[in-house]
Design a protein around this ligand. Sequence first.
Ligand SMILES: Nc1ncnc2c1ncn2[C@@H]1O[C@H](COP(=O)(O)OP(=O)(O)OP(=O)(O)O)[C@@H](O)[C@H]1O
Ligand SMILES: [Mg+2]
Length: 430
Amino acid sequence: MSAAVALTRAAPPSSRYVFEVSGAIPQQVRVWSSRSPYLLYLGGRSAGKSLAGAMWAMTRARGTTGLIVAPTHKNLLGGALGVMLPYAYDLGIVRRYNKQDGELHLVDGKRIFIRSLDRPELVRGLSVTWLWGDELGMIGHREAWDILIACVRAQGLRQRLVTTTPPPEGKRHWLYDTFVLRGVAGIHEVVKTRTADNPFNPPDFEADLRREYADPYAARELDAEWIDVGAVQVYDVERLLVRQMPPPELRATARGWDTAATGGGGDYSAGALISQGEDGHIFIRDVVRGQWAPTERDARLRATAQGDLVQVPVYLAEERGGSGRSQGDYWTAQLAGFAVRRVLESGDKVVRAGPLAAQMGAGNVSLTCEPGRWENYWHQGKRLTPEAARAQFRRNLWMFPQGRTKDESDACALALEAVRGQDSGLGTRH
Ligand SMILES: Nc1ncnc2c1ncn2[C@@H]1O[C@H](COP(=O)(O)OP(=O)(O)OP(=O)(O)O)[C@@H](O)[C@H]1O
Ligand SMILES: [Mg+2]
């Protein structure tokens, strides 16, 4: 099939070259004409990502300085450069290419740095107007990105383009966080393109792969969906059930708290109310959560205990060491009249999440929607409605152990340990 995009060069001695597009893939055209400072071109395998990036790079404004990066040297050769250099040489627009220094100069005065991210610290110090990162979905940690975006600081229309297949971590990846969760309209733009959208692939290419691939894998690799295939997911929230009310007969109930060490400062405190039914089923009945300074946090603790009825024991995670102990003493005094148990925090948060995650996976855990519950749940400074609170809680468990979700998971883990440890004779009924 004939190329639908072509670069043509004005007759020498002019250094101008122009870009001709005929029948190109519409998503590629969107990339080329976008003025967004942050642009993510998310595509299936062989969807035309690298070609889109190469054309984009070659057609940035004359005289600008740019940076092209890929996770490894091999990725650069096989992807970005492998696609771009033949076009550039064909057209005779390469003035100088220094492999050792990783610098490409084009006839229109563009200077392009080429780097792999094997050692991201080596891009520090570069100052460019535009950046193209190919296959950055392979980079599991966002630090390299944070370093990269700071290099885009020269005069002109500053743009960063990422072309990649969706990362294996799906929505847990920093790219999803950066472009979707925290994406700001007019600043972050995501263009999605499927393998099937590229008519320049062999006719049976896509269908052949689709037949061979497992469905979720195909959804990611061919349809460019954010899907984590085989990622560590601690909580299988698909199996978390929802019930209006817990049954009237309950074997045990407890409130578990994980409190922020300092309060204020952005850390969350969370208290989870969990009951176990006679048949062993677990009910998550309420979560109280917020970023509270110590005084407010302690007032919440007390108000929550009062709301829970006196016979519901309150389990508090106590940090090891002297300050944890004195904090614990203080709470015991604050909660005089309630059954307060202090539990020393131990082990890893993912290990602590194990019992609840296992019960959830077995379909043995429900969220309940009792009136008056889920009413003291703050998220990012806003108090949520009970319905939104349950949705956020579910999302946080799903993200766990990524994101700032340790508090709720730990609070639930503690409450669950408590209800399972409670001798049935001491169980509460209400
Ligand atoms: N607009 C276009 N015109 C002509 N050919 C194109 C166009 N877009 C993509 N192609 C061709 O489609 C094939 C795949 O393109 P490209 O290598 O850019 O895809 P990719 O998404 O980067 O693939 P990979 O998943 O292997 O990284 C290449 O042969 C490329 O030349
Ligand atoms: Mg590519």
